[in-house]
Design a protein around this ligand. Sequence first.
Ligand SMILES: [Zn+2]
Ligand SMILES: [Zn+2]
Length: 354
Amino acid sequence: MKTMTGLVKEKPEKGDFVLRHDLPVPEPGDDEVLIKVHCTAICGTDMHIMEWDRWSQLRVKPPFIPGHETAGVIVKVGKNVTERKPGDRVACETHIPCGECWFCKNGMPHICSNVKLFGATENGAFAEYAKIRADSAYLLDDSISYENACLFEPLGAGVHGAEAAEVCGKTVLVSGCGPIGLTAVSACKTFGARMVIACDLNDERLAAALEMGADHIVNSGKEDLLKEVLKLTDGIGADAAIDITGSGAAIRAGLRCVRAAGVMVCVGLPTNEVSLDLTNDLIYREIKLTGISGRKIWETWYDFSKVMNGPYFRPEKIMGRKYALTDYKKAFEAVRAGVPGKMILYPDPADMDV
Ligand SMILES: [Zn+2]
Ligand SMILES: [Zn+2]
């Protein structure tokens, strides 16, 4: 049996991942591919799994290999696989749909009712090799580096938010300028938004939003957001708002910035229930309020490729530090310490310099 190095969540309790050198290299099933992992980014979900929060207790069953924001090269395919071949560079869609439920059969596999999760309910990619169903492996063209490919999964929600807001030709407010918000800003501009107003409480993040395509920035801790938006939109309000913050106050403020008959898309997840003045802020003004979940398979991925190759997206504003997989403790410490940007782990340290 061939073995590999990887991280394992060993027990159903609070505790760090454990580095193991004796894990079996997975054997791809008939419909699966085996990927030699180039790099895998750390996600908030991985931190939750270590903390063993409520979500983890309900969804995941240790022992398993975590890690899902990954890209690499296919080295082996199962016997039914015709659309992928060894040598293909791919990134992985975390939401593995069943293909059988009503949503899968009606073109909405991203909200499948029996969804499995790569790196949570299935073994993932904090390892030298990972296997996944061939139809969950997104083929990368050569213009996209493995590092940027790791961003599709975590930041795709920002692109999906811009898709749902149908921003072409519109004035758009984006609330929240962390990595997903910055991606939403650059997606809106790439998709032809007429004007993007970015809002946050942090001036550094707002400066990054300007570099990623925002036409105007508003620090809502210092300025009156509604007043600024009305000033910039001839007193009408924004055609669309996209909330990345998940903060009740920001959602309420964003809703009031949308013009009558406009649209608001919620991307950020509030921790608690949010109360809204539906009568005055939504119903009388005929606002459409919607949420998005993850990425559309594969529309969001195709669109994100265009965003990545477009003039606005700046991956260096989003990338954090690189670590060898065996140095994983330092990487997770950096995340806990709040070091900004995505931390990326490399099973083969030689890949870090390329
Ligand atoms: Zn993730
Ligand atoms: Zn399904």
